[in-house]
Design a binder for this molecule. Structure first.
Ligand SMILES: NC(=O)c1ccc[n+]([C@@H]2O[C@H](COP(=O)([O-])OP(=O)(O)OC[C@H]3O[C@@H](n4cnc5c(N)ncnc54)[C@H](OP(=O)(O)O)[C@@H]3O)[C@@H](O)[C@H]2O)c1
Length: 364
């Protein structure tokens, strides 16, 4: 197994209500509570336990389809659920919120979907770390024939998040200046490309020179190495003291206060994640000095209806087809190595999209 024992024991102990149980029955506890993968015949778990179990997928019921996944998108939200930052409704649970695959069965009476259709999905229900899964038909969207399912699985959730941010939370227009944290990440890469295409001046923050080069290619006019430079001062310099129209902040704890400081009068603070941890609570009065707008956006509330889902996915897929969005699939892992993928994502070692490929899981 790929995760270092001491690191994962600490993580598990933090999550447990009764840490002593972890010490006495650690393998069992980890296996029960940190299921990290599922295929037709096995479940496997993060931490130092790699456990395989038989799982019955079953047949789709009314309104459902069964999908054989060709690729599964890895997202930071999977890390939040694994670590208990977000609580799963059941234990054990199978993480994963993004995948593309082929329909292998449809529920009784279902119209509009047939065996052989290539579909993608993003968001609830959780459980895409699997070879095959049952999904509500209304949650999937058709993948255009021209689009490789691996690309679809790499872009559907992250691209619709970028869509939510630049088209709905704060509508980016020519002349705007936007600040994007983690500009070389899965969402960040797409967000920078989209904001640039909409005519904005894009400022991106990244942690390494490799990521800086990628962010430049993805349309950042200015790149700030936020581990080495004070990003607030740099934004101040770049904007000649005016500040930016909007900050898209997915880093959270380490950047939140600085992001507010980067905004111009009546600017928009769009918080949509917390890869570095939850930001400290903010007194409302802190927004008053510049009459700032603040939102904590979630894709689930922006894709609340079928029409919203179809519109967002349609825009993403058409932007991919037209070349406005280049999907960087920088990392592919076999599904069986999902723990390593998590470790790399958490360790800031990845850039662009990370996908898990189910094929070959059982060959080792
Ligand atoms: N609200 C929503 O509906 C929604 C939907 C999708 C994603 N999100 C959020 O969007 C963000 C990006 O998701 P993603 O899947 O595309 O991940 P990602 O951006 O590819 O990976 C996270 C990146 O965050 C940066 N980071 C800064 N401080 C970090 C820390 N202490 N630990 C780990 N990473 C840190 C790293 O980039 P550097 O090395 O360049 O600093 C890292 O590569 C996440 O916060 C996620 O929760 C939100």
């Amino acid at each position: 197994m790929v995760m270092a024992e001491e690191e994962t024991v600490v993580a598990a102990a933090v999550e447990k209500e009764e840490p002593k149980d972890v010490e006495t029955t650690e393998e069992e506890q980890a296996a029960e509570e940190l299921c990290l993968g599922r295929c037709k015949s096995h479940i496997f778990y993060l931490l130092y336990v790699l456990k395989w179990e038989d799982v019955e997928i079953g047949e789709p019921k009314e309104g459902e389809i069964r999908v054989k996944n060709k690729a599964i998108g890895l997202n930071f939200i999977d890390v939040y659920f694994r670590k208990g930052v977000y609580k799963a409704s059941t234990m054990p649970f199978t993480p994963g919120m993004e995948a593309a695959g082929v329909v292998t069965a449809v529920g009784p009476g279902l119209t509009g979907r047939k065996v052989g259709d290539v579909v993608a999905y993003a968001g609830n229900p959780m459980g895409s770390y699997t070879e095959e899964q049952i999904l509500p038909a209304e949650k999937v969207v058709p993948v255009p024939p021209s689009l490789d399912p691996i690309v679809a699985a790499s872009v559907i959730l992250k691209g619709m998040t970028a869509h939510m941010l630049v088209r709905r939370c704060f509508k980016v227009e020519p002349g705007h200046t936007v600040l994007v944290h983690a500009a070389a990440g899965g969402v960040g890469s797409l967000l920078c490309q989209w904001a640039n295409a909409l005519g904005a001046t894009v400022i991106g923050t990244v942690s390494t020179t490799e990521k800086a080069a990628q962010a430049k290619e993805d349309g950042c006019h200015h790149v700030i190495m936020y581990k080495e430079e004070d990003f607030v001062s740099r934004v101040n310099e770049i904007t000649s003291g005016k500040g930016v129209d909007v900050v898209y902040d997915s880093v959270g704890k380490d950047t939140f206060q600085g992001s507010l400081a980067c905004l111009k009068l009546r600017g928009y603070m769009v918080s949509y994640g917390q890869s570095s941890g939850m930001p400290d609570p903010l007194p409302m009065t802190e927004l008053a000095a510049k009459s700032l707008f603040l939102t904590r956006a979630s894709l689930l509330s922006y894709n609340a209806t079928r029409d919203e889902l179809l519109q967002a996915a349609g825009e993403v897929f058409s932007n991919v087809a037209s070349g406005i969005l280049r999907v960087r699939i920088n990392h592919k892992y076999p599904l069986s190595q999902v723990a390593q993928a998590h470790e790399d994502l958490e360790g800031r070692k990845t850039s662009g999209s990370v996908v898990l490929i189910p094929d070959g899981v059982f060959e080792r």
